[in-house]
Design a protein around this ligand. Structure first.
Ligand SMILES: [Zn+2]
Length: 185
C-alpha cells in the first residue's frame, strides 16, 4: 500500500517557482518544514507545522518525528521541477467526472498513464457528451492533482487534516498564485 498523503499544488499545473524563490527554502522559512532529512527534498515538520496544518478530531494520533516504534510519521516532500505536468493519484482515487455532464471517466487509469507517457498536454474528451477539456478540469473530488510542483505531507489520510487558510494565503502572497490541496490515498 502506498503512503497516504496530503498534497498541495499551484492552481496552474504548468507553474514552477522562480529560481530565486525556492519552495523548499520558503517552507523552511515559514517553519512548515524543519530539519532536512538525508533523502533529497525531504524534511521533518517544522515548529509551525501544527499551526499551518489543521488536524481533525479531538486527539489526533499523529507522529511528527521518527521514533523507536514502527509507527509512520509525517514528513514533507517538496517537488518543484518536474519537466512536464504529472498527475499524482492514489489507489483510492475517485473516477474523475466530466466538467460538463458529470459522467465518470471509466478507464481513467489507463487514460492517465497514456496521457503522462505522451506529451501530457492533450485534452480529454468525454465519451458521453464529447466535451473536451484538460484532464485537470475534470472533477477528481480532491483525490488527485496535476502539476510540476507539489508539497506532499506523508501519512495523512483523506480528511484527517487540511491546510489552514493561512498557509494557502501565505503561499499565494509569496508566489502570486493560488494553491489547491488534495489527498493521495
Ligand atoms: Zn460529458
Amino acid at each position: 500500500m502506498n503512503t497516504p498523503r496530503l498534497a498541495l499544488c499551484p492552481v496552474d499545473p504548468q507553474w514552477i517557482p522562480p529560481d530565486d524563490k525556492r519552495l523548499d527554502q520558503f517552507l523552511q522559512s515559514i517553519e512548515l518544514s524543519g530539519k532536512a532529512l538525508p533523502q533529497p527534498l525531504q524534511f521533518l515538520p517544522g515548529q509551525k507545522f501544527l499551526d499551518l496544518i489543521a488536524f481533525m478530531g479531538c486527539s489526533p494520533d499523529i507522529k511528527l518525528e521518527p521514533g523507536d516504534d514502527e509507527r509512520p510519521f509525517c514528513l514533507i516532500h517538496v517537488q518543484d521541477q518536474a519537466k512536464s505536468v504529472e498527475c499524482h493519484f492514489g489507489e483510492h482515487t475517485h473516477s474523475p467526472r466530466c466538467p460538463k455532464c458529470r459522467s465518470p471517466v471509466k478507464d481513467w487509469l489507463d487514460s492517465i498513464h497514456r496521457w503522462m507517457e505522451g506529451d501530457a498536454t492533450s485534452l480529454w474528451e468525454c465519451s458521453t457528451c464529447h466535451w473536451q477539456a484538460a484532464p485537470w478540469d475534470f472533477n477528481w473530488r480532491q483525490s488527485a492533482g496535476f502539476g510540476r510542483c507539489f508539497i506532499e505531507i506523508s501519512n495523512i489520510f483523506p480528511k484527517e487534516a487540511l491546510p489552514q487558510a493561512h498557509l494557502l494565503d501565505t503561499l499565494q502572497a509569496y508566489y502570486g498564485i493560488k494553491w489547491l490541496y488534495f489527498y493521495q490515498h
